[in-house]
Every structure is written in C-alpha cells, then in structure tokens.
Design a protein around this ligand. Structure first.
Ligand SMILES: [Zn+2]
Length: 245
C-alpha cells in the first residue's frame, strides 16, 4: 500500500499537481495594517512615469495590485499636469510577504505607502548612502516641512493638494496621515482657491511625525477576504477641529 501511495505521489509531483496553484493567484492583504501579511504581491519598479523609489535597496516596495496601481496612476497624472515639478518620491510600502518591517508600526499587509511632499524648489532628495547601512529605524526623508509650528515656504501647496485630491478620487483610500499644521494649511489653502473638498480633507488625518512625509493607507480590496478594515474616517472636513472654519 505504501509503495502505491509513493508511486501516486511521484506521478502527482511530476505532473506538478501537488504544487499550490500560483499562476494567476490573486493578491491578498491579510490581517491588519499593524499585524498582517501579504500574498502574491505586486512590486513597484525602481522608477516609472512620474515617480522614483527613494530606498530601492531595502526591497520593501511590495503591495497589493491596488496599491501599486494607485501609486503609478496618481504619479503619472501629477507628472502630466505639472511636468516642471520633481517626481513623486516614494518611500517604503511592504516586504514581499508583508509582516513587520523596522521603522514602521504598520505597512504590514501591502496597503500602506509613504511619499515625500512636493517641493516648491522641485528638488528631489539626494541619494543618501547612509541608508545603505542597516539603520532602518530612520525613514530617511530628508526635509521637514513643519518648523516651529509653521509650514515651510518650500511646501508646494498646489501640487500637494492636487495629489491628495487625486488619491481620494480613486475611492481606494482609507486615510492619509499628515502633520496637523499641514492639514490646517490645506484647509485654508483649499478655501482660498474656492476648492474646499470635504471629501479630500476628511481623509487627511493629523498625526505626529508626518512633517517630512505623507502616509497613505488604502482600503482593504474586496477580493482580500481576510483583510481587517480600519474604521472609516469620520464625516466632515475636520478643519473646524483645527480651528479653521
Ligand atoms: Zn508610513
């Protein structure tokens, strides 16, 4: 009996039938942003139309299809509308199979991505050789845009606002973390240009330590049946909570 089982096993193995079905398998965000995994991930290229990866050597540019598509689509859109500007600078997304990565509490299930803010001087961050060494606790964004509680004059209000609107218009965004001074500035700016988009503003969540980068979090894709969705952002722009009517 054992022998027949062995023969059967060999036949199945040779035919490849025992291998798990991988070809065409869908991407899966599993668990939560802070305790999760990622299966059948897509990978962002080192650069593409309108974007550049800041830390490609870290090998943390994996995500769900939705995440990779969103980055590519939004970056290309912004570059087409503002061709004179610098590219969207993309930080970490997730490891190939998700899980904990140093320097981040979340980024575990392929739905989180960090971006640098757009800059008035259109300078891209210089490649920082120190990031080659394993001090990964530093995120490595090289410019702070909130200094002494005030927005830096190098913060490009127009392009950052257009970036946030483009992201939210995909309807795939759960929330976007930014420094509260930045959110307050966008409340005022959007009002001043008669473009006060409650839908965009309500997705911007004020969060400490986000004066040098944007953290974008996508919704669980419908096809990721084991993905734990974070509660939706509250209704309303949230600008009143920051003292801006
Ligand atoms: Zn982040």
């Amino acid at each position: 009996m054992k022998f027949y089982c062995f023969v059967l096993f060999m036949i199945v193995s040779v035919l490849g039938l025992s291998a798990p079905v991988q070809a065409g398998a869908r991407d899966q965000a599993v668990g939560s942003y802070t305790k999760g995994k990622l299966k059948n991930a897509s990978q962002l290229k080192q650069s593409g139309p309108g974007y550049v990866l800041l830390f490609p050597h870290r090998d943390r540019a994996y995500g769900t299809d939705d995440l990779i598509e969103t980055v590519e689509t939004v970056a290309e859109d912004l570059a087409a509308r503002f061709p004179e500007g610098e590219r969207l600078q993309v930080g970490d997304t997730s490891a190939r199979q998700g899980g904990f990565i140093s320097g981040h509490a979340s980024h575990q299930n392929g739905l989180d991505v960090d971006f640098g803010y757009f800059r008035m001087n259109h300078q891209e961050q210089e490649f920082n050789w120190s990031t080659l060494f394993p001090d990964f606790t530093a995120l490595g964004f090289d410019e702070e845009f909130v200094i002494g509680g005030k927005l830096s004059s190098n913060f490009d209000l127009q392009r950052n606002w257009e970036l946030f609107k483009a992201l939210v218009s995909t309807t795939k965004i759960n929330r976007i973390f930014v420094d509260q001074v930045i959110k307050a500035s966008l409340c005022t700016y959007s009002r001043s240009i008669d473009d006060f988009s409650v839908e965009t503003l309500r997705h911007l969540r004020p969060w400490p330590k986000h004066g040098d980068h944007i953290h974008v979090r996508l919704l669980c894709p419908a096809s990721s049946t084991n993905c734990a969705q974070q509660e939706p952002v509250a209704a309303g722009s949230g600008c009143d909570e920051l003292g801006i009517e």
